[in-house]
Write a protein that binds this ligand. Structure first.
Ligand SMILES: *Cc1c(COP(=O)(O)O)cnc(C)c1O
Length: 370
């Protein structure tokens, strides 16, 4: 890997392929795989990731919002794309770009049918989402009959799949709750399939669902995001996966700080003895937020851990390097290959998903594929 000369987010497509093979190895050979590429593919690069997933033979992609899907279509992605949180304002665009909606309420169902009729499409694929306990988006079990009647009463849309989302698939203390969610989904999916002539396919597992519930609930398709990017929500799985994104920067300047001097805005760090600090060209505008300041976060320089001291600035952070052999221009790793984003996130009270998706568009993406 080339050494960083500025702040870059390196995207390793080889790691993506490895993670896919690992997750696949836990599934039946004919189970379809949906790659979740919402939020710039978890903060990486949605076009580069989607092109690679298409090449790897994925059956489906998912985004959160329609505009994310439009960007993929414009970049030449031809795979079916599920839009997890469509809003009526984008229905027309979605039909034009063949972006398949999650239908989660009667209002959305009625309005999507109306738009599909206006656009004169036939059997446009839609995906019916059921709320089985997350209480975020979705129909209830008692809605099955009316959904089926509405679907049967027209031919502009067709129910391609029925699905649900688990509330706590990564938390084995919530196993009983998850089993109830899965049982509810199973009843609903069977009822939907009994009422519709084209058996819609079924899906409910995300990454941790694949890890913990693949035996009982993999159905025809699984949806994975975080696992593809190299994080498994538990240490044993993390060992099998490879982080796709590595956030790197360099040392801009080294300072020799005298005892009693302070570092950064509002003087939140006071040197109790002479120390050495390094200033790095990355700050909260790049996605390293204020909660990482004041020793909650750290970086790696020449294999050694350097805590962030003082407040995080918009465009810079300062780290302590008193005991580290380093110079201006040396490479610095924030997370990735040698340093888990999950560990860094935990120090600031958050999770890998948030730090990954928070890396701003100011940071250059560098794609590596080998
Ligand atoms: C984001 C999302 C996923 C992916 O979850 P991971 O934990 O990243 O695998 C799957 N399904 C739905 C509905 C989602 O919103």
């Amino acid at each position: 890997m080339p050494k960083a000369k500025e702040t870059v987010l390196e995207i390793d497509l080889g790691a993506l392929a490895h993670n896919y093979q690992y997750l696949r190895s836990r599934l039946a050979a004919n189970t379809m795989f949906m790659g979740v590429v919402k939020a710039f593919a978890y903060g990486s690069d949605s076009v580069a990731i989607a092109l690679k997933l298409q090449q790897l033979g994925f059956e489906y992609l998912a985004v959160a919002y329609a505009k994310e899907g439009v960007a993929l279509r414009k970049a030449g992605i031809t795979l079916p794309i599920l839009v997890l949180h469509p809003l009526p304002i984008s229905f027309k665009k979605m039909i034009k770009h063949r972006l398949e909606p999650n239908i989660y309420s009667f209002k959305i169902l009625r309005e999507f049918i109306a738009e599909a009729e206006k656009s004169e499409v036939i059997d446009f694929p839609v995906h019916i989402k059921f709320n089985t306990g997350l209480n975020r988006l979705g129909f209830l079990e008692e809605d099955v009959r009316q959904i089926a009647e509405m679907a049967m009463g027209q031919n502009s849309i067709q129910v391609a799949s029925v699905f649900s989302h688990l509330a706590a698939s990564e938390d084995l203390n919530e196993r009983d709750f998850t089993k109830r969610q899965l049982a509810t989904f199973d009843r609903i999916a069977n009822a939907m399939r009994a009422s519709l002539p084209n058996k819609p396919f079924r899906h409910t597992l995300n990454t941790s669902g694949i890890i913990n519930y693949a035996h009982e609930a993999q159905y025809e398709l699984v949806r994975s995001g975080i696992g593809l990017y190299g994080y498994g929500n538990e240490a044993l799985i993390d060992k099998e996966l490879r982080p796709v994104a590595t956030l790197k920067t360099i040392i801009s300047q080294i300072h020799h700080i005298k005892e009693g001097d302070t570092i950064g805005y509002n003087r939140k760090f006071t040197a109790e003895k002479p120390i050495v600090t390094a200033t790095l060209p990355i700050g909260h505008a790049d996605g390293i937020g204020r909660p990482y300041g004041n020793r909650k976060g750290f970086v790696w320089i020449n294999g050694q851990k350097a805590p962030i001291i003082g407040n995080v600035c918009m465009d810079m952070i300062m780290v302590e390097v008193t005991e580290i052999d380093c110079q201006e221009g040396d490479e610095v790793i924030l997370f990735g290959k040698q340093a888990s984003a999950e560990t860094l996130a935990k120090g600031a009270g958050t999770i890998s998903y948030e730090i990954l998706t928070g890396i701003s568009q100011r940071v250059k993406r560098q794609i590596v594929d080998k």
